[in-house]
Every structure is written in C-alpha cells, then in structure tokens.
Design a binder for this molecule. Structure first.
Ligand code: SIN
Ligand code: MN
Length: 208
C-alpha cells in the first residue's frame, strides 16, 4: 500500500455504493449553477479536462487560489460538500496523516482526457512545508497515472488508478511530479453508468 515514503495507493478502497453516491454528486456539481469548464492556462494551452474547484478556486492563469473564478466567469467557487470532506479525512487518517481539507479540485476526463506531469505546489507554503497530503479519489474509467520524483526529469512509475481507488501523497512525497497519460475508455464499473472519469484531489490550503 505504501509505494514510496509518504505515498499510498489504496486499491478499490471505496465500495460501489460509496462510488455511486460520489458520482451522483459529481455529476450534479459539474453541470450545476457553477459548472465545470475547460481552463486555459498560462501560455494559452487548453487543459484536457473539465475542472470545477470546490471550497477555493485554482486559477490556471495565475496558478494561485482565489474565492471567485477570475480567469473564467467570476462566479464564486461552490462550497466543499461535507460528505466529500469526510471521505478525504477518513482516508488521510487511515494512512496516519493529519488533514483538514478545505478545498477539492474535481476533474472530469473524457476518453481523450489527460494531464501533463506537474507538481501540486500552489497551496500555502506552511501547508506544503508541513507535508499535508493531497488525497486523490478516482471514479469511473481507469487512468494511467504517472508518479515521478521531486524533479521533472526523475524516473516516472506508471500505475493504473481504477474506480474506487484512493491515492494519497504527503510528507516527503507531497511535491512529487505526477500526471495522467491516458484514460482507458469503457473500463468504469457498469453499475456507475459513467463514461469517462472523475478525479477528486483534496488539499488543505493552510495550516490552522
Ligand atoms: C491531478 O494531479 O490534479 C489529477 C490527478 C488524477 O487525475 O489522478
Ligand atoms: Mn496534481
């Protein structure tokens, strides 16, 4: 389960029932009053996901967090649902990490979805220095997830993140490069009736 110091892959950790409930909430959110959108990042490239930030908005132009979506439509980031927060807290506790998440980036990947190698490092310096984790939940189609080192050129390990998997990286692993090279279309559990993949990454912006 601990694949590297501070990095944990919890295979099929969520029950199908839990996954169904989370998927229903994700669907309602991404097509809700503050909908998911395709960010255009610094440099002008379009991301290959639909993104919706909950609790705090990550601005793809400035790489900073903010209360409203000033890079898109100026709408406020919807609150982080309590049920989402509880799942993430439970998972962090299971791997022995303190965590009080206050924001989540919800991404939807279609069959062509992907995400280049990057570090998650836009949270407050104190949160990063404390090694507070990123807790990632995968729902729907399997993703080929790349997990590298602390430098972009470090070797990268490919793992399949399946529906119901959790992946937690904190402590010494908090700033490791990671990304998604591809989605395996049609691999979602039939019971979810979902084409594509939702991924939720929870973070704690700052230390209390
Ligand atoms: C991310 O790094 O923000 C997303 C990772 C994933 O989709 O598994
Ligand atoms: Mn990331």
């Amino acid at each position: 389960m601990e694949i590297a110091p501070g990095a944990f892959h919890l295979h099929r950790r969520l029950t199908l029932e839990d996954q169904r409930a989370l998927v229903a909430e994700c669907r309602a959110l991404v097509d809700g009053p503050v909908p998911a959108y395709v960010p255009v990042v610094r440099g002008g490239g379009r991301m290959h996901v639909r993104m919706l930030c909950l609790g705090r908005h990550w601005n793809g132009k400035t790489y900073a967090y903010e209360p409203t979506r000033s890079d898109f439509d100026d709408l406020p980031a919807p609150p982080l649902p309590a049920a989402f927060r509880r799942v993430a807290e439970t998972l962090a506790r299971e791997v022995g990490m303190p965590f009080a998440p206050d924001l989540c980036i919800l991404n939807y990947y279609d069959a062509d979805g992907r995400m280049g190698l990057h570090q998650d490092k836009d949270e407050a310096e104190r949160s990063l220095a404390a090694g507070l984790p990123v807790v990632s939940l995968s729902l729907g189609d399997t993703a080929r997830f790349l997990f590298g080192g602390l430098k972009r050129k470090d070797p990268v390990e490919a793992r399949r993140l399946e529906s119901g998997d959790a992946f937690v990286f904190g402590g010494p692993a908090r700033l490791r490069y990671h990304g998604v090279s591809r989605i395996e279309p049609g691999t979602a559990p039939r019971e979810l009736d979902l084409e594509g993949r939702f991924n939720l990454t929870f973070r704690q912006y700052d230390v209390d």
